[in-house]
Design a protein around this ligand. Structure first.
Ligand code: SF4
Length: 320
């Protein structure tokens, strides 16, 4: 059997080859690029930018942007519009721990009711995924998908990577959640960020979750546009293509600001604010279209956040 590192290198090679083939297919690429402009495929809503953890992989501890919680009126405005356009994916994510929002369950019920066709998901560190909150989510099938960050198979690694969270407590929460889940939903993925330490533990990580019905997602370490220490175990040198995120995802911060991308955690580029504008108008705004044009012309240097970004999406993502 091949080692995790060999598997990763093979995947990276395949991705590079696909990238090359895809670059040759520029006509098809343009076709798909322009097809995607009606409404975002995914809307990411930041319920809060407070967090219960201070992870090594994340620049959250250095964030200067004001912290707060989204209010109910703004959330309703967002989900009403998402429901009107039959939004495909509603992501209650952002740059914080969504379960810290005191009205989380109320918000979730409103989202379920108003976006019946949306796949609703959260990304969490599971520190608050317990007790009545967890029970309600499971019993009322409020979520379609939960992504849990768990950076380490062993206690020492985990606690070093995700302080001040405690390995035993979080493991207890996750196992409890899995024991209570009676149906396939919510789908659950346990994510682990690849670093020199965690890559050695990948086999143990797969083993520790083997008996549960969960997906395992080893994720490439990202530099957050140069804002965290470089701990990458592999470097993705795939050729740059225009970033598909600009044609698929909208990021709405807790105060309604629309950010160019989740990587812009300080909100250096604010496209507009959805308190006064519709999502649809921001999505088709001159400002955002100009940014898309910059990407199509591959003038990434014009946008420092994108210029420093090391994320390279698999080009086949355009065809999804
Ligand atoms: S290139 Fe990077 S920073 Fe720019 S939009 Fe894409 S993911 Fe975000």
């Amino acid at each position: 059997m091949s080692s995790p590192l060999t598997r990763l290198l093979t995947m990276s090679l395949i991705q590079k080859m696909l990238s090359l083939i895809f670059l040759k297919m520029s006509f098809i690429r343009q076709l798909f690029i322009y097809k995607k402009l009606k409404f975002p495929t995914a809307v990411e809503v930041e319920l809060t930018n407070f967090c219960t953890a201070s992870c090594i992989k994340c620049p959250h501890k250095n964030m200067k942007r004001e912290k707060g919680y989204m209010n109910l009126e703004l959330f309703k405005k967002i989900v009403y519009e998402c429901g009107k356009y039959n939004l495909k994916r509603l992501e209650l994510v952002g740059f914080g721990e969504p379960l810290m929002h005191k009205q989380f369950l109320e918000f979730l019920k409103i989202a379920r009711k108003n976006c019946p066709k949306s796949y609703i998901l959260i990304s969490t560190n599971a520190s608050l995924l317990k007790g009545s909150l967890m029970n309600e989510i499971i019993q009322n099938k409020l979520l379609d998908y939960i992504h849990i960050s768990f950076d380490g198979a062993h206690k020492e690694t985990y606690e070093k990577n995700m302080p001040p969270l405690k390995y035993d407590d979080i493991l207890h929460n996750i196992r409890n959640l899995l024991a209570h889940r009676k149906y396939e939903k919510p789908q659950i993925t346990i994510g682990i960020i690849e670093t020199t330490e965690t890559i050695q533990e990948l086999d143990s990580f797969y083993k520790m979750w083997k008996k549960y019905n969960v997906n395992i997602d080893p994720q490439e370490y990202d530099l957050w546009s140069g804002n965290v220490e470089d701990r990458r175990v592999r470097i993705n040198n795939a050729k740059r293509t225009p970033c598909y995120k600009l044609w698929s995802d909208m990021i709405i911060r807790w105060n309604g600001d629309v950010s160019i991308c989740c990587i812009d955690y300080e909100n250096r580029i604010v496209l507009d604010n959805v308190r006064n504008q519709s999502i649809q108008s921001v999505w088709n705004s001159k400002r955002l279209n100009n940014i898309r044009k910059i990407h199509l012309a591959k003038k990434f240097r014009v946008l420092p956040i994108c210029n420093r970004c090391t994320i390279r999406y698999n080009p086949l993502i355009w065809f999804e």
